[in-house]
Design a protein around this ligand. Structure first.
Ligand SMILES: [Zn+2]
Length: 299
């Protein structure tokens, strides 16, 4: 089957609401994005599962934590799986990668990542200082860890579910909204009913069902409707300007010495694998345009 014949499901992020119930929901299903992300590196299965969960979770978080700019979701650890990073822009452009060393065992988060933490960073266009939240990795799964973040930091009643297989990733989130009326008991009842219904969702349903069908299967006695659907695409924001900043940080002497030895400097973007090359005249241009006080190394 060629890529063209492959039955394409839309990569999208859906928001849904319940009529008369103060709960909102989100659903994400990604197939092409997941395929592209996996195509960049040969990840072992035990890495793929965490990377896929992080991918779905980041999209869900991007709507739960409103922003205009970039959201970066990182899990950093001292285990065999050292880093998982996913970055999404408010336009729905997403990229990500994982770094590991040796054998990553299948198992719970701490088995894979050792002593680990989740770092969520939001860089808003109109704000100088980024928002950052750091959550220790505790629990069996990434879902448990993010659930812990919502319970401890966001403090808005939220539940989320994530699912991954070789072909796709999926996720669902429900969040209680501020009550519009005084009847607290009724709202508590609504929230607990929607939670019970959502909890029945199976991984296979999250991954394979069309959004309308999935919502009907879970909530057919409720009045639920899709209010927005945004496309998500794999896109890398690397650029020659950014790569040049990295090259400059190496220092002129180091860069020239690599070029003398190898003919050119190659810097590869870890997210999309694009290679950037710099030869001697590029280096001269780069270092002429910066005024750094450097002590040239004497050979
Ligand atoms: Zn790139």
């Amino acid at each position: 089957m060629s890529e063209e014949d492959y039955p394409k499901k839309k990569d999208q992020h859906i928001r849904f609401m319940f009529e008369g119930v103060s709960v909102r929901g989100e659903l994400v299903q990604l197939e092409q994005t997941w395929k592209k992300l996996l195509g960049r590196h040969h990840y072992p299965d035990s890495v793929k599962s965490t990377l896929g969960e992080a991918l779905a979770a980041t999209v869900l978080l991007s709507s739960a934590l409103k922003f205009d700019g970039n959201l970066t979701f990182q899990i950093q650890g001292d285990g065999a799986l050292r880093l998982v990073v996913i970055q999404v822009s408010s336009q729905g452009h997403i990229r990500g990668l994982a770094r590991w060393e040796g054998d990553v065992v299948s198992g719970n988060m701490n088995d894979k990542m050792g002593d680990a933490r989740i770092v969520i960073t939001i860089a808003n266009k109109d704000r100088e200082k980024p928002y950052q939240a750091i959550v220790p990795v505790m629990g069996e799964t990434l879902t448990d860890c993010i659930q812990h973040y919502f319970d401890s930091s966001v403090q808005i009643p939220t539940k989320l579910y994530l699912a991954v297989d070789k072909k796709q990733v999926g996720g669902m989130l429900i969040q209680r909204l501020p009550d519009e009326t005084e009847d607290k008991e009724c709202h508590d009842e609504d929230w607990s009913r929607i939670q019970i219904l959502t909890k029945t969702v199976k991984d296979k349903e999250l991954l394979e069902l069309e959004p309308e069908e999935l919502l009907y299967r879970l909530f057919h006695d409720e009045h639920v409707g899709i209010v927005a659907s945004d496309p998500i695409v794999f896109a890398c924001s690397c650029s020659s300007e950014r790569i040049e900043t990295t090259i400059k940080s190496l220092g002129q002497a180091e860069v020239i010495s690599i070029i003398d030895e190898m003919g050119s400097v190659e810097v590869r973007c870890e997210f999309c694998n694009k290679a950037y090359h710099y030869n001697r005249s590029d280096a001269d241009r780069l270092f002429d345009s910066v005024s750094v006080e450097e002590n040239p190394t004497v050979h």
